[in-house]
Design a protein around this ligand. Structure first.
Ligand code: ADP
Length: 270
């Protein structure tokens, strides 16, 4: 049995006195899984993210790697659980990119030598070597998001939550970030939760959750979610490759949905 790294049982939350946004909400995320959470604006995605990082207190029972999410364990949980939100500028603390990367490590009590080695490794992976001495404010938006994600991964957390944190990445940086996320998932069993409004981003994940008004409407593997066009019927634009696969299946040119254009090409023109 795979281990649950995030467990939410009977969680309820409301902003105002009358209406509950989440009511008896349950969710189980397995260690090392990659899940995207989608849903229309206002469906509760960001609120859920903020509850999970301990910013908002909800009723019910939430555990992160077995630790109950409460004031007593929050410090422990912060080591395990890294999160990025949509505004990279709010994330920066250091005067330079290097200081910013060092900040988390300093807090965790890394030695100078370990810090230098971790910064060099992450800078190389994210191709930040040339901007380490720059002020984060002066970076372009794509670089800012890269630095934010790099500084959230530098101490190898067990969970990384990205809430609309990748939409300013340019296409080559996005490819690089996705490659790194997959690598961390495989090598360090990193659990990844990606909240996005762009269904193209779901293609990188293993599982997809659709939220609507605080309720889980769909929660399944990417393969199951895209085996038919249910998301389209619910008003979403399917990723291009999924739509193409369904169209080609109609003409018996494909036998299933593919998530990679190269695989489609190979199938059509072996
Ligand atoms: P999403 O991230 O899916 O767009 P949110 O979690 O931001 O959804 O919002 C869910 C609902 O909660 C919306 O109806 C939104 O108006 C409401 N909401 C979000 N933040 C607040 C807040 N700080 N105070 C009151 N209501 C809020």
């Amino acid at each position: 049995m795979e281990k649950s790294i995030i467990k939410i049982v009977n969680m309820s939350f409301k902003y105002n006195k009358e209406d509950y946004l989440f009511r008896n909400f349950n969710l189980d995320i397995k260690e090392g899984s990659f899940t995207t959470i989608i849903g229309k604006n206002g469906s509760g995605k960001s609120t859920l993210a903020k509850i999970l990082i301990g910013l908002y207190k909800a009723e019910g029972y939430i555990t992160i790697d077995g630790y109950l999410l409460n004031d007593f364990y929050i410090k422990k949980i912060r080591r395990i659980f890294s999160a990025c939100f949509d505004n990279a500028d709010n994330h920066f603390i250091g005067e330079t990119v290097k200081d910013d990367l060092a900040f988390t490590l300093e807090n965790l009590g890394y030695s100078k030598k370990e810090m230098i080695s971790s910064i060099n490794t992450i800078a190389k992976k994210f191709k930040l070597e040339n901007i380490l001495e720059e002020s984060p404010e002066k970076l372009n938006n794509s670089e800012k998001e890269k630095v934010m994600i790099a500084s959230s991964l530098i101490h190898k957390p067990q969970i990384l939550l990205l809430d609309e944190s990748i939409y300013k990445l340019n296409s080559s940086d996005k490819k690089l970030v996705f490659k790194i996320l997959k690598e961390y998932q495989k090598e360090y069993k990193l659990t990844i939760i990606l909240i996005t409004h762009d269904l193209e981003d779901t293609l990188i994940s293993d599982n997809i959750i659709l939220l609507d008004k605080g309720k889980i409407i769909l929660n399944d593997t990417k393969e199951k979610i895209y085996e038919d066009e249910k998301l389209e019927k619910l008003g979403f634009n399917l990723p291009f490759i999924v739509k193409l696969s369904h169209n080609l299946m109609l003409y018996n040119l494909l036998d299933k949905v593919y998530f990679d254009s190269k695989e489609v090409m190979d199938k059509l023109w072996p």
